[in-house]
Design a protein around this ligand. Structure first.
Ligand code: FAD
Length: 467
């Protein structure tokens, strides 16, 4: 391979994204994917059917020219629709208006669009070619095709976008230990479905423009809309232990009884519940931490292969897309020195990957437990008021993560400082109504520096006349 050739292992969301962006910058990119071409073979079950796309992912899609097309195939979600055990529901908006929303997008549809874009840009795809082993000293990859034949190829520079179970990561680890640590959450997930209703003019059985949550303390259900009117429902539950856990629920009959007690309104909308429960496996959830993501200029991991996280902030793909965009920028600035590019990428991205891993774990507790908690709701209400009154100094952490390009590590740190302040301001108050807002704004300005300019780059400008 000439010097500017790059091999990518994995043609999932992040592999297709990095292939497109590098090809657009003049690199010759070959992608090797274990599975058959999903545009022809269809998806092979077991992965989430839809995903929440947010600003970081959209930013990378804009660079590929695909953003508008992807949004046209997505469903806007304005906030969390929280369903309480009594069957009442209320929308908690994510942002100030429809410039701050997330999008429910089909994994299969998005992957197909991205593969088309990468091919159109000039990347070459080799489907049904799984990485089996690698000789990183010699710059060679050994591949096995679906018919069992093996071949070896030259690949002096290889990027591993082959997901949480990365084969390239295992090969790199054999070459030089990467300091791998996997922390299992102890909770798993199962996907179910609310089908479209029979009226084609109003196919959605519940509010389409929301991410639905049924929080129940230690566990929860969520539902994301699909364009044709269905919802993909995901139950998150402890794997082991006392009822309810995946272990304590033996079979579809017991699962139905559990849903009848805990999620009766959702169960009423799921006519194929028993079939879906039996047919869909329990997925496992874990966080992957590595000390190193690259070996010199020969091999680098990105996306889930480097930093798989739990899905509760809806940021795994978004973070992987941001990885791809930053990597392509670094390569464009220094096209002949992959070792320097990989080192700079790791330095820049690793603190951010660690931060979103932590926030994703924290968000599980927030979603399943706190969204219905009065103390949490009071903090949220005061935070929203401070954002309105003093947008130059206060932006809720969820919005920093979801609607800006501020580094995740900044969002984590700033979010902690804001949280501490809000807790102090609420001390002794049972309601936000009794807090002296003018004094709270003064305390905010005295305690925290203004937010950086990046906080206001998209639809988040301080209101005219704001402090
Ligand atoms: P993958 O999508 O896993 O792709 C890896 C690719 O590599 C696959 O095509 C695979 O076949 C291929 N491959 C594997 N081994 C080999 C090999 N040996 N040789 C060649 N190819 C190989 N993220 C969000 O941003 N928003 C969400 O709402 C969201 N929801 C989620 C819900 C659930 C239940 C889960 C589990 C995850 C969710 N995520 C979400 C995370 C998101 O799915 C991942 O972060 C994203 O898929 C990572 O993309 P990737 O390309 O790095 O890895």
């Amino acid at each position: 391979m000439p010097r500017n050739d790059i091999a990518v292992v994995g043609a999932g969301l992040v592999g297709a994204m990095v292939a497109t962006l590098l090809t657009q910058r003049g690199f010759r990119v070959s992608v090797f994917e274990k599975r058959p071409d999903p545009r022809r073979a269809g998806v092979q079950g077991g992965r989430s059917i839809n995903l929440a796309l947010a600003e970081r992912g959209l930013h990378a899609l804009r660079a590929t020219g695909l953003a508008e097309q992807v949004l046209a195939q997505s469903v806007m979600m304005r906030g969390r629709m929280v369903h309480d055990p009594a069957g009442h529901s209320a929308l908690q908006r994510y942002g100030a208006d429809d410039s701050e929303v997330i999008w429910s997008v089909s994994r299969e549809g998005l992957n197909g669009l991205m593969l088309d874009a990468a091919e159109a840009a000039g990347a070459t795809f080799h489907f049904g070619q799984g990485l089996e082993s690698a000789d990183l000293d010699a710059g060679r990859l050994m591949l096995r095709s679906t018919d069992g034949t093996q071949r070896s190829i030259d690949a002096p520079v290889v990027i591993g976008a082959d997901g949480a179970g990365s084969a390239l990561r295992a090969q790199m680890h054999r070459h030089a230990p990467l300091g791998e640590r996997v922390e299992e959450l102890g909770h798993g997930y199962k996907e179910l479905e609310i089908p479209p209703g029979s009226d084609p003019s109003a196919p959605f059985a519940i509010e389409p423009h929301a991410l639905h949550i049924w929080p129940r303390g230690h566990y929860m259900c969520i539902a994301l809309p699909n364009r044709e009117g269905s919802f993909t429902v995901t139950l998150f539950l402890p794997n082991e232990g006392e009822h309810p856990s995946f272990r304590s629920i033996a079979g579809a009959g017991a699962a139905e009884a559990f849903f009848r007690a805990d999620f009766p309104d959702a169960l009423a909308l799921m006519p194929t519940f028993a079939h879906d429960w039996a047919a869909h496996p329990v997925g496992m959830l874990a966080t992957l931490y590595l000390d190193r993501w690259h070996i010199g200029g020969r091999a680098l991991l990105i996306g889930d292969a480097a930093h798989a996280i739990v899905p509760f902030h809806g940021q795994g793909m978004n973070c992987g897309f941001e990885d791809a965009a930053e990597l392509a920028d670094l390569f464009a600035a220094d096209p002949t020195d992959p070792a320097a590019v990989f080192a700079a990428f790791e330095t820049r991205r690793k603190p951010n990957a660690d931060a979103i891993a932590r926030m994703a774990l924290e968000n599980y507790v927030e979603m399943r437990d706190k969204v219905a908690d009065p103390v949490f709701l009071r903090k949220r209400e005061l935070g929203a008021l401070l954002t309105e009154r003093c947008p130059s100094h206060y932006l809720p952490r969820y919005r920093m993560v979801t609607f800006t390009h501020l580094p995740y590590a900044y969002a984590l740190e700033r979010g902690q400082a804001q949280d501490t302040l809000v807790e102090q301001l609420l001390k002794g108050h049972d309601s936000v109504g009794t807090v002296d807002i003018e004094a709270a704004v003064r305390a905010l300005q005295a305690t925290l520096p203004p937010l950086p300019a990046e906080a206001f780059e998209r639809g988040l400008r301080p209101a005219l006349g704001g402090a």
